[in-house]
Design a protein around this ligand. Sequence first.
Ligand SMILES: Nc1ncnc2c1ncn2[C@@H]1O[C@H](COP(=O)(O)OP(=O)(O)O)[C@@H](O)[C@H]1O
Ligand SMILES: [Mg+2]
Length: 448
Amino acid sequence: MSHDNTPPSNTKRSVRKQAEETLKDKNSKLLNSAVVFLPEDIQKLIHELQVNKIELEMQKDELLTTQAELKVSHARYYDLYNKAPVGYCTINEDGLILDANDTASGMFGLSHEDLQKKLLTDLIYKDDQDIYYFCCTKFLSSSKETSCELRMKNSEGFLFWVQIYATSEKEINGFPYIRVVIVDITETKNAQEEIQKLNDTLKDEIARQVEELRKKDVLLMEQATLAQLGEMINMIAHQWRQPLNAISGAAVELSLLNMMGEVSKEKIAQNSKFTQEVAKKMSDTIDEFMDFNKKTDIAKFSLLSIVEKTVDIVMPQFESRSITLEIDIDKELTVFHNKTAIKHALLNILINSRDAFDENIRLNKRKINIYTKENNGAVTLLIEDNAGGIAKSIVPKVFNPYFTTKEQGKGTGLGLYMTKQMIEKVKNSTVSVESKNKNTIVKIKFPV
Ligand SMILES: Nc1ncnc2c1ncn2[C@@H]1O[C@H](COP(=O)(O)OP(=O)(O)O)[C@@H](O)[C@H]1O
Ligand SMILES: [Mg+2]
């Protein structure tokens, strides 16, 4: 379509000018001798008629061009409107459909005529009508573009998801109307639902796996605790062997003296006192072991006292293997952690040293040093043995559950795993292992 903004009188004048020029051009080519001899006013009239004729022809051409342009424009508009990927409906204030495009008619499976008899609400799924009502009220009160998501149904009752936009409010013949754009979002919704379902499944799966891992962890810890308990029973047995022998010796002595008729009251009293003392020591050992397993909270405690208590338990086993143990920890030094966790960790570490010495029986001067280092207020406890060290390739694996280099029945591979779990449960604590110059150093770093 042409968009000539020139005022009509100007257009007229220019058309006339063009017509006059065309006529002049024509006359110059065809010398009209007959006209030259006519009276002047007739000549003028003929000229005027000729100009008018040309003018009309020009206007006719222009009209034909405009008409052709209009046709193209109309076809384009028709295409744009009807073949748009979205449905367009024009509704009046009561929601009655006045007009709809082909897409809308296709969406609902209704002809244009059938659509035009319907209220838009008739096409909305009953459970979602309130959403539409709310959207319209919002639009009518603000006149701003509003949109909502709801379900509509087609002529066969099939439900589909749409996004509805109330776009403009104009007047036709003095009555207001609303243009409604309907976008089919069923695929998006289905994809969203699918994603949601996948997410839910994923969440369930993650929760299930987390739970499984937790159960496995509990099982691991139970196994580790059981293994440690076995070690402890071993140690009690070790600690009891000597006093049991002593009690037994005292009893045998009394019975021999009795056989020889030489048992005296003093001897009975002496041996009875001795037996009671030894039994008391044995009972104390039980208390120590009970105390060892007591549940404790995170608190400040003296590091030296805890190290000594643990060393006491392993000492009989270490002495029988000629392992010397040196402790160099400031008596005043306190740390913040879980006492029981530290005791159990130390026990695991010392048992590993014992096992390493057992594997390297030819080593003499078997030694374990327990000492501390301080760096910017952070205390690190170091347990260093000279039992041969750990191969470089093995060091990164020692904290893995079930990793062991020991023969079956000797190692579970849970000692250091359990140690790491217990130590690092307390924030900012770490446990690490280093091996250098055939020495193994286990480091426990406490929080500042
Ligand atoms: N002090 C140590 N000296 C040499 N090797 C050690 C020492 N401590 C730990 N290891 C190595 O780390 C492995 C894992 O230790 P741990 O988790 O306590 O399991 P386990 O003692 O049951 O084998 C041991 O099998 C051993 O190879
Ligand atoms: Mg171990």
